[in-house]
Write a protein that binds this ligand. Structure first.
Ligand code: GLY
Ligand code: MN
Ligand code: MN
Length: 465
Protein backbone atom coordinates (compact mmCIF):
# COMPACT_ATOMS: atom_id res chain seq x y z
CA UNK A 1 0.00 0.00 0.00
CA UNK A 2 2.90 2.32 0.58
CA UNK A 3 4.15 2.07 -2.95
CA UNK A 4 1.85 4.88 -3.97
CA UNK A 5 3.87 7.14 -1.69
CA UNK A 6 7.12 6.35 -3.44
CA UNK A 7 6.47 9.13 -5.88
CA UNK A 8 9.06 10.45 -8.25
CA UNK A 9 11.57 12.82 -6.77
CA UNK A 10 11.09 16.29 -8.15
CA UNK A 11 14.78 16.74 -8.75
CA UNK A 12 17.96 15.39 -7.33
CA UNK A 13 20.61 17.83 -6.24
CA UNK A 14 22.46 19.37 -9.18
CA UNK A 15 25.93 20.90 -9.59
CA UNK A 16 24.26 24.26 -9.17
CA UNK A 17 22.89 23.24 -5.75
CA UNK A 18 26.32 22.14 -4.53
CA UNK A 19 27.91 25.35 -5.92
CA UNK A 20 25.26 27.43 -4.13
CA UNK A 21 26.05 25.66 -0.85
CA UNK A 22 29.76 26.45 -1.28
CA UNK A 23 28.93 30.06 -2.08
CA UNK A 24 26.79 30.34 1.03
CA UNK A 25 29.70 29.07 3.11
CA UNK A 26 32.25 31.28 1.31
CA UNK A 27 30.06 34.32 2.02
CA UNK A 28 30.13 33.54 5.75
CA UNK A 29 33.85 32.81 6.04
CA UNK A 30 36.31 35.38 7.36
CA UNK A 31 37.81 37.51 4.52
CA UNK A 32 41.17 36.12 3.45
CA UNK A 33 40.59 32.79 5.20
CA UNK A 34 40.81 29.23 3.87
CA UNK A 35 38.69 26.13 4.59
CA UNK A 36 39.94 22.58 4.20
CA UNK A 37 37.26 19.89 3.86
CA UNK A 38 38.72 16.39 3.47
CA UNK A 39 36.75 13.61 1.83
CA UNK A 40 36.65 10.11 3.30
CA UNK A 41 39.20 7.42 2.58
CA UNK A 42 38.40 3.76 1.94
CA UNK A 43 38.39 1.69 5.12
CA UNK A 44 39.93 -1.74 5.08
CA UNK A 45 37.63 -4.52 6.33
CA UNK A 46 40.10 -7.40 6.17
CA UNK A 47 43.17 -8.16 4.07
CA UNK A 48 42.38 -6.71 0.59
CA UNK A 49 38.65 -6.24 1.16
CA UNK A 50 37.24 -2.77 1.90
CA UNK A 51 34.01 -1.61 3.51
CA UNK A 52 31.57 -0.11 0.98
CA UNK A 53 32.73 3.47 0.48
CA UNK A 54 30.64 6.23 2.06
CA UNK A 55 31.69 9.82 1.41
CA UNK A 56 32.18 12.17 4.36
CA UNK A 57 28.92 14.08 4.90
CA UNK A 58 30.46 17.59 5.04
CA UNK A 59 32.47 16.92 1.87
CA UNK A 60 29.44 15.44 0.11
CA UNK A 61 27.25 18.37 1.18
CA UNK A 62 29.63 20.83 -0.48
CA UNK A 63 30.60 18.87 -3.60
CA UNK A 64 28.32 15.91 -4.36
CA UNK A 65 31.58 14.13 -5.28
CA UNK A 66 31.65 10.50 -4.15
CA UNK A 67 35.23 9.35 -4.76
CA UNK A 68 37.67 8.63 -1.94
CA UNK A 69 40.91 10.57 -1.27
CA UNK A 70 39.81 14.08 -2.15
CA UNK A 71 40.16 17.49 -0.52
CA UNK A 72 38.02 20.58 -1.04
CA UNK A 73 39.70 23.96 -0.48
CA UNK A 74 37.65 27.15 -0.22
CA UNK A 75 39.33 30.57 -0.26
CA UNK A 76 36.95 33.55 -0.23
CA UNK A 77 38.08 36.47 -2.35
CA UNK A 78 41.00 34.63 -4.04
CA UNK A 79 41.45 36.23 -7.49
CA UNK A 80 42.60 33.01 -9.21
CA UNK A 81 39.54 31.13 -7.99
CA UNK A 82 37.80 30.53 -4.68
CA UNK A 83 37.23 26.77 -5.02
CA UNK A 84 39.82 24.05 -5.58
CA UNK A 85 39.50 20.27 -5.44
CA UNK A 86 42.30 17.76 -5.08
CA UNK A 87 41.34 14.30 -6.31
CA UNK A 88 42.77 10.99 -7.50
CA UNK A 89 44.41 10.81 -10.91
CA UNK A 90 43.02 8.46 -13.51
CA UNK A 91 44.60 5.00 -13.51
CA UNK A 92 43.74 2.45 -16.19
CA UNK A 93 44.49 -0.57 -13.99
CA UNK A 94 42.50 0.69 -11.01
CA UNK A 95 39.63 1.78 -13.24
CA UNK A 96 39.46 -1.62 -14.90
CA UNK A 97 39.18 -3.20 -11.45
CA UNK A 98 36.99 -0.71 -9.54
CA UNK A 99 35.33 1.53 -12.13
CA UNK A 100 35.85 5.06 -13.49
CA UNK A 101 37.91 7.74 -11.74
CA UNK A 102 37.05 11.37 -12.52
CA UNK A 103 40.61 12.73 -12.55
CA UNK A 104 41.70 16.36 -12.04
CA UNK A 105 41.49 17.25 -15.74
CA UNK A 106 37.71 16.75 -15.67
CA UNK A 107 37.29 18.24 -12.17
CA UNK A 108 36.42 21.87 -12.98
CA UNK A 109 33.68 21.03 -15.49
CA UNK A 110 32.32 17.97 -13.67
CA UNK A 111 32.24 19.58 -10.21
CA UNK A 112 31.83 23.29 -11.10
CA UNK A 113 35.02 24.26 -9.24
CA UNK A 114 37.67 26.76 -10.34
CA UNK A 115 40.61 24.36 -10.30
CA UNK A 116 41.44 20.73 -9.68
CA UNK A 117 44.79 19.09 -8.93
CA UNK A 118 46.04 15.54 -8.32
CA UNK A 119 45.82 14.58 -4.67
CA UNK A 120 49.39 13.28 -5.03
CA UNK A 121 50.52 16.92 -5.55
CA UNK A 122 48.83 18.24 -2.42
CA UNK A 123 52.09 18.54 -0.44
CA UNK A 124 53.54 20.76 -3.19
CA UNK A 125 50.49 22.95 -3.77
CA UNK A 126 48.59 23.29 -0.48
CA UNK A 127 51.31 25.10 1.55
CA UNK A 128 51.27 27.87 -1.08
CA UNK A 129 47.48 28.17 -0.75
CA UNK A 130 47.73 28.31 3.05
CA UNK A 131 50.39 31.02 3.13
CA UNK A 132 49.12 34.41 4.18
CA UNK A 133 45.57 33.22 4.94
CA UNK A 134 44.01 34.94 7.95
CA UNK A 135 42.28 31.83 9.37
CA UNK A 136 42.22 28.14 8.56
CA UNK A 137 38.83 26.49 8.97
CA UNK A 138 39.04 22.76 9.48
CA UNK A 139 37.41 20.14 11.68
CA UNK A 140 40.36 18.77 13.62
CA UNK A 141 40.20 15.23 15.00
CA UNK A 142 37.99 13.81 12.27
CA UNK A 143 40.59 13.03 9.62
CA UNK A 144 43.82 12.29 11.46
CA UNK A 145 45.88 12.05 8.28
CA UNK A 146 44.85 15.57 7.32
CA UNK A 147 45.48 16.87 10.84
CA UNK A 148 49.08 15.70 10.66
CA UNK A 149 49.51 16.93 7.10
CA UNK A 150 48.29 20.38 8.08
CA UNK A 151 50.73 20.54 10.97
CA UNK A 152 53.55 19.47 8.62
CA UNK A 153 52.63 22.10 6.01
CA UNK A 154 52.47 24.85 8.62
CA UNK A 155 55.80 23.72 9.97
CA UNK A 156 57.26 23.81 6.48
CA UNK A 157 55.98 27.35 5.93
CA UNK A 158 57.50 28.44 9.23
CA UNK A 159 60.89 26.92 8.26
CA UNK A 160 60.78 28.74 4.93
CA UNK A 161 60.19 32.07 6.65
CA UNK A 162 62.98 31.28 9.08
CA UNK A 163 61.05 32.87 11.92
CA UNK A 164 59.76 29.67 13.48
CA UNK A 165 56.22 30.84 12.84
CA UNK A 166 54.13 30.44 9.72
CA UNK A 167 52.45 33.51 8.36
CA UNK A 168 48.95 32.08 8.67
CA UNK A 169 46.12 32.73 11.05
CA UNK A 170 44.77 30.42 13.71
CA UNK A 171 42.98 27.15 13.04
CA UNK A 172 39.23 27.44 13.63
CA UNK A 173 36.64 24.63 13.69
CA UNK A 174 34.65 24.66 10.45
CA UNK A 175 31.82 22.81 12.13
CA UNK A 176 29.98 25.79 13.51
CA UNK A 177 29.60 27.64 10.19
CA UNK A 178 28.99 24.59 8.05
CA UNK A 179 26.77 22.70 10.44
CA UNK A 180 24.45 25.63 10.99
CA UNK A 181 24.01 25.60 7.23
CA UNK A 182 23.35 21.83 7.15
CA UNK A 183 20.80 22.13 9.95
CA UNK A 184 18.22 23.91 7.77
CA UNK A 185 17.10 21.63 4.97
CA UNK A 186 16.31 23.16 1.58
CA UNK A 187 13.14 22.22 -0.33
CA UNK A 188 15.12 19.65 -2.34
CA UNK A 189 16.67 18.17 0.79
CA UNK A 190 13.22 17.93 2.36
CA UNK A 191 12.04 16.04 -0.70
CA UNK A 192 14.96 13.60 -0.46
CA UNK A 193 14.27 13.08 3.24
CA UNK A 194 10.58 12.50 2.50
CA UNK A 195 11.64 9.83 0.02
CA UNK A 196 14.06 8.23 2.52
CA UNK A 197 11.22 8.15 5.07
CA UNK A 198 8.73 6.67 2.60
CA UNK A 199 11.14 3.91 1.56
CA UNK A 200 11.77 3.11 5.23
CA UNK A 201 8.04 3.03 5.93
CA UNK A 202 7.51 0.65 3.00
CA UNK A 203 10.22 -1.61 4.46
CA UNK A 204 8.43 -1.69 7.83
CA UNK A 205 5.21 -2.73 6.05
CA UNK A 206 7.13 -5.51 4.36
CA UNK A 207 8.31 -6.66 7.79
CA UNK A 208 4.74 -6.52 9.12
CA UNK A 209 3.70 -8.78 6.25
CA UNK A 210 6.39 -11.33 7.09
CA UNK A 211 6.25 -11.15 10.89
CA UNK A 212 5.61 -14.58 12.47
CA UNK A 213 6.71 -16.36 15.65
CA UNK A 214 9.66 -18.66 14.95
CA UNK A 215 11.42 -16.38 12.49
CA UNK A 216 14.84 -15.02 13.30
CA UNK A 217 15.54 -11.33 13.83
CA UNK A 218 18.05 -11.72 11.00
CA UNK A 219 15.30 -12.74 8.56
CA UNK A 220 13.44 -9.50 9.27
CA UNK A 221 16.65 -7.50 8.93
CA UNK A 222 17.15 -9.09 5.51
CA UNK A 223 13.61 -8.06 4.50
CA UNK A 224 14.36 -4.46 5.44
CA UNK A 225 17.53 -4.39 3.35
CA UNK A 226 15.81 -6.10 0.43
CA UNK A 227 13.04 -3.53 0.50
CA UNK A 228 15.45 -0.56 0.64
CA UNK A 229 17.44 -1.82 -2.31
CA UNK A 230 14.32 -2.67 -4.31
CA UNK A 231 13.06 0.90 -3.83
CA UNK A 232 16.29 2.61 -4.83
CA UNK A 233 18.03 3.24 -1.51
CA UNK A 234 21.61 2.01 -1.56
CA UNK A 235 22.13 1.27 2.11
CA UNK A 236 20.95 1.38 5.68
CA UNK A 237 21.51 4.74 7.34
CA UNK A 238 22.72 2.81 10.43
CA UNK A 239 22.74 -0.86 11.45
CA UNK A 240 19.12 -2.01 11.72
CA UNK A 241 17.91 -2.84 15.21
CA UNK A 242 15.61 -5.87 15.13
CA UNK A 243 15.22 -6.64 18.79
CA UNK A 244 12.79 -9.23 20.10
CA UNK A 245 11.74 -9.48 23.75
CA UNK A 246 14.41 -8.49 26.23
CA UNK A 247 16.85 -7.61 23.42
CA UNK A 248 14.87 -4.41 22.90
CA UNK A 249 16.18 -3.16 26.26
CA UNK A 250 19.62 -2.82 24.67
CA UNK A 251 19.15 0.55 23.02
CA UNK A 252 21.45 -0.01 20.03
CA UNK A 253 21.08 -3.81 19.83
CA UNK A 254 22.14 -4.90 16.36
CA UNK A 255 23.20 -8.54 16.70
CA UNK A 256 19.82 -9.52 15.27
CA UNK A 257 20.37 -13.23 15.86
CA UNK A 258 17.58 -14.34 18.20
CA UNK A 259 14.38 -16.17 17.36
CA UNK A 260 11.06 -14.29 17.59
CA UNK A 261 9.01 -15.87 20.37
CA UNK A 262 5.24 -15.97 20.56
CA UNK A 263 4.08 -13.50 23.21
CA UNK A 264 7.08 -11.16 22.93
CA UNK A 265 7.29 -7.78 21.26
CA UNK A 266 9.78 -6.99 18.53
CA UNK A 267 11.26 -3.50 18.26
CA UNK A 268 12.40 -2.48 14.79
CA UNK A 269 14.49 0.68 14.55
CA UNK A 270 15.60 0.96 10.95
CA UNK A 271 16.04 3.62 8.30
CA UNK A 272 17.50 3.72 4.85
CA UNK A 273 19.89 6.21 3.34
CA UNK A 274 18.55 7.70 0.12
CA UNK A 275 20.87 9.91 -1.93
CA UNK A 276 22.93 10.30 1.25
CA UNK A 277 19.95 11.43 3.40
CA UNK A 278 18.93 9.30 6.38
CA UNK A 279 15.58 8.15 7.67
CA UNK A 280 15.17 6.98 11.27
CA UNK A 281 11.98 5.24 12.33
CA UNK A 282 11.04 2.77 15.05
CA UNK A 283 7.96 0.69 15.64
CA UNK A 284 7.30 -2.05 18.17
CA UNK A 285 5.01 -4.92 17.18
CA UNK A 286 3.49 -7.92 19.01
CA UNK A 287 4.98 -11.07 17.47
CA UNK A 288 1.79 -13.09 18.01
CA UNK A 289 -0.32 -10.36 16.42
CA UNK A 290 -1.90 -9.19 19.70
CA UNK A 291 -0.51 -7.16 22.61
CA UNK A 292 -0.84 -8.64 26.12
CA UNK A 293 -2.58 -6.36 28.62
CA UNK A 294 0.73 -5.32 30.20
CA UNK A 295 2.39 -4.75 26.83
CA UNK A 296 -0.59 -2.72 25.70
CA UNK A 297 -0.51 -0.52 28.84
CA UNK A 298 3.16 0.28 28.31
CA UNK A 299 2.69 0.71 24.55
CA UNK A 300 -0.11 3.22 24.99
CA UNK A 301 2.02 5.30 27.37
CA UNK A 302 4.85 5.47 24.83
CA UNK A 303 2.42 6.28 22.03
CA UNK A 304 0.86 9.09 24.06
CA UNK A 305 4.37 10.41 24.76
CA UNK A 306 5.21 10.26 21.05
CA UNK A 307 2.07 12.23 20.22
CA UNK A 308 2.60 14.77 22.99
CA UNK A 309 6.15 15.35 21.75
CA UNK A 310 5.06 15.76 18.13
CA UNK A 311 2.49 18.34 19.28
CA UNK A 312 5.47 20.43 20.48
CA UNK A 313 7.24 20.28 17.11
CA UNK A 314 6.61 23.76 15.74
CA UNK A 315 8.56 26.86 14.91
CA UNK A 316 7.50 28.64 18.10
CA UNK A 317 8.92 25.84 20.24
CA UNK A 318 12.45 25.06 21.44
CA UNK A 319 14.47 21.91 20.87
CA UNK A 320 13.82 20.42 24.30
CA UNK A 321 10.05 21.06 24.36
CA UNK A 322 9.20 17.68 22.73
CA UNK A 323 11.40 15.89 25.26
CA UNK A 324 9.81 17.71 28.19
CA UNK A 325 6.31 16.85 26.93
CA UNK A 326 7.22 13.20 26.33
CA UNK A 327 8.88 12.84 29.73
CA UNK A 328 5.83 14.18 31.55
CA UNK A 329 3.57 11.67 29.78
CA UNK A 330 5.97 8.75 30.36
CA UNK A 331 6.37 9.49 34.06
CA UNK A 332 2.64 10.01 34.62
CA UNK A 333 1.96 6.68 32.89
CA UNK A 334 4.57 4.80 34.89
CA UNK A 335 3.22 6.34 38.12
CA UNK A 336 -0.29 5.21 37.22
CA UNK A 337 0.93 1.66 36.61
CA UNK A 338 2.77 1.71 39.93
CA UNK A 339 6.14 1.21 38.28
CA UNK A 340 7.32 4.55 39.70
CA UNK A 341 6.45 6.03 43.06
CA UNK A 342 6.54 9.64 44.23
CA UNK A 343 5.72 13.08 42.88
CA UNK A 344 5.90 13.80 39.15
CA UNK A 345 8.16 16.88 39.41
CA UNK A 346 10.44 15.28 41.97
CA UNK A 347 10.89 12.16 39.88
CA UNK A 348 11.74 14.21 36.79
CA UNK A 349 14.08 16.53 38.72
CA UNK A 350 15.90 13.57 40.29
CA UNK A 351 15.94 11.61 37.03
CA UNK A 352 14.63 8.49 38.75
CA UNK A 353 12.49 7.66 35.68
CA UNK A 354 15.71 7.16 33.71
CA UNK A 355 15.90 3.57 34.96
CA UNK A 356 13.05 2.93 32.49
CA UNK A 357 13.43 5.88 30.09
CA UNK A 358 17.18 6.34 29.74
CA UNK A 359 17.50 8.38 26.54
CA UNK A 360 16.53 11.77 25.16
CA UNK A 361 13.52 12.08 22.86
CA UNK A 362 15.06 13.80 19.83
CA UNK A 363 18.13 14.36 17.70
CA UNK A 364 18.68 16.16 14.41
CA UNK A 365 18.35 14.06 11.26
CA UNK A 366 19.91 14.70 7.84
CA UNK A 367 22.99 13.49 5.99
CA UNK A 368 23.96 11.82 9.26
CA UNK A 369 21.42 9.93 11.31
CA UNK A 370 22.53 11.82 14.40
CA UNK A 371 22.94 14.93 12.35
CA UNK A 372 25.10 17.97 12.98
CA UNK A 373 24.04 21.26 14.51
CA UNK A 374 24.08 22.68 18.01
CA UNK A 375 21.18 21.89 20.32
CA UNK A 376 21.80 24.90 22.52
CA UNK A 377 22.79 28.47 21.68
CA UNK A 378 24.54 30.48 24.40
CA UNK A 379 23.53 27.82 26.90
CA UNK A 380 19.79 27.86 26.14
CA UNK A 381 17.82 25.31 24.11
CA UNK A 382 17.62 26.69 20.58
CA UNK A 383 14.36 27.51 18.83
CA UNK A 384 12.98 25.12 16.25
CA UNK A 385 12.88 26.67 12.77
CA UNK A 386 11.23 25.69 9.49
CA UNK A 387 13.51 23.30 7.58
CA UNK A 388 14.93 21.57 10.66
CA UNK A 389 14.34 17.81 10.84
CA UNK A 390 14.38 15.98 14.17
CA UNK A 391 13.30 12.61 15.48
CA UNK A 392 10.70 12.03 18.17
CA UNK A 393 11.44 8.71 19.87
CA UNK A 394 10.23 8.18 23.41
CA UNK A 395 10.70 4.74 24.89
CA UNK A 396 10.16 2.56 27.95
CA UNK A 397 12.55 -0.32 28.69
CA UNK A 398 12.12 -2.82 31.53
CA UNK A 399 14.91 -5.37 31.21
CA UNK A 400 14.56 -8.82 32.68
CA UNK A 401 17.57 -8.54 34.98
CA UNK A 402 18.54 -8.09 38.64
CA UNK A 403 17.45 -4.40 38.60
CA UNK A 404 13.79 -5.32 37.99
CA UNK A 405 13.30 -8.37 40.22
CA UNK A 406 10.76 -6.40 42.30
CA UNK A 407 8.58 -5.69 39.26
CA UNK A 408 5.61 -7.84 38.18
CA UNK A 409 6.76 -10.41 35.65
CA UNK A 410 4.30 -9.29 32.99
CA UNK A 411 6.18 -5.99 32.60
CA UNK A 412 9.70 -7.45 32.40
CA UNK A 413 11.68 -8.18 29.25
CA UNK A 414 9.89 -5.41 27.37
CA UNK A 415 11.41 -2.57 25.36
CA UNK A 416 9.13 -0.22 23.46
CA UNK A 417 10.18 2.74 21.32
CA UNK A 418 8.02 4.64 18.83
CA UNK A 419 10.07 6.92 16.61
CA UNK A 420 9.05 9.31 13.87
CA UNK A 421 11.01 11.75 11.71
CA UNK A 422 9.55 15.25 11.88
CA UNK A 423 10.12 18.25 9.60
CA UNK A 424 9.45 21.67 11.10
CA UNK A 425 7.35 23.79 8.72
CA UNK A 426 5.90 27.31 8.67
CA UNK A 427 2.54 25.86 9.74
CA UNK A 428 3.80 23.50 12.43
CA UNK A 429 5.33 20.22 11.36
CA UNK A 430 5.16 17.39 8.86
CA UNK A 431 5.65 13.87 10.21
CA UNK A 432 7.70 12.30 7.42
CA UNK A 433 6.92 8.79 8.69
CA UNK A 434 3.21 9.40 9.32
CA UNK A 435 2.06 6.68 6.90
CA UNK A 436 3.43 3.97 9.19
CA UNK A 437 0.86 2.42 11.48
CA UNK A 438 1.43 3.14 15.18
CA UNK A 439 -1.88 2.94 16.99
CA UNK A 440 -2.00 -0.41 18.88
CA UNK A 441 -5.46 -1.38 17.54
CA UNK A 442 -4.40 -0.51 14.00
CA UNK A 443 -1.24 -2.62 14.35
CA UNK A 444 -3.31 -5.60 15.51
CA UNK A 445 -5.73 -5.14 12.61
CA UNK A 446 -2.83 -4.90 10.16
CA UNK A 447 -1.20 -8.05 11.54
CA UNK A 448 -4.51 -9.95 11.53
CA UNK A 449 -5.04 -8.93 7.92
CA UNK A 450 -1.54 -10.09 6.99
CA UNK A 451 -1.99 -13.42 8.83
CA UNK A 452 -5.32 -13.88 7.03
CA UNK A 453 -3.84 -13.14 3.63
CA UNK A 454 -0.57 -14.99 3.97
CA UNK A 455 -1.42 -17.78 6.44
CA UNK A 456 -0.07 -18.55 9.87
CA UNK A 457 3.14 -20.22 8.67
CA UNK A 458 6.39 -18.38 8.71
CA UNK A 459 6.38 -16.43 5.46
CA UNK A 460 10.13 -16.61 5.12
CA UNK A 461 11.87 -19.95 4.70
CA UNK A 462 14.06 -20.25 7.74
CA UNK A 463 15.99 -23.31 6.60
CA UNK A 464 14.82 -25.29 9.62
CA UNK A 465 11.43 -26.45 8.34
N1 GLY B 1 18.50 4.58 15.30
C1 GLY B 1 19.25 5.29 16.24
C2 GLY B 1 18.45 6.29 16.91
O1 GLY B 1 17.24 6.20 16.93
O2 GLY B 1 18.96 7.26 17.40
MN1 MN C 1 16.76 8.23 16.34
MN1 MN D 1 16.16 5.11 15.46
Amino acid sequence: MLLRNLRLIEGLLTLRDFAARRQQLLDRMHPGSIALVPGATQQRRNRDIYFPFRQDSDFYYLTGFCEPDALLVLMPGRAQGETVIFCRERDAVAERRDGPILGPEAGPAALAVNDSFPISDVADILPGLLEGRTQIYMNLGEHLLWDSRLVAYLDELAQQRGSGEAEVGKIVALGHLLHEQRLIKSAKEQQLMRRAAHISVAAQYRVLEKLRPGLSEAALEAELIYSYRAHGAKAEAYPSIVAAGNNACTLHYSKNESVLLDGDLVLIDAGCEFEYYAADVTRTYPISGCFSDAQRCLYDIVLAANRAAIAQCAANSHFNAPHEAATTVLVKGLLKLGLLEGELEEIIAAGSHEQFCPHKTSHWLGLDVHDVGDYRLAGAWRDLLPGMVLTVEPGIYIPRDETTEHIADCYRGIGIRIEDAVLITQQGCEVLTQDLVKDADAIEVQLAENFRQHGPQAAIHTGSA
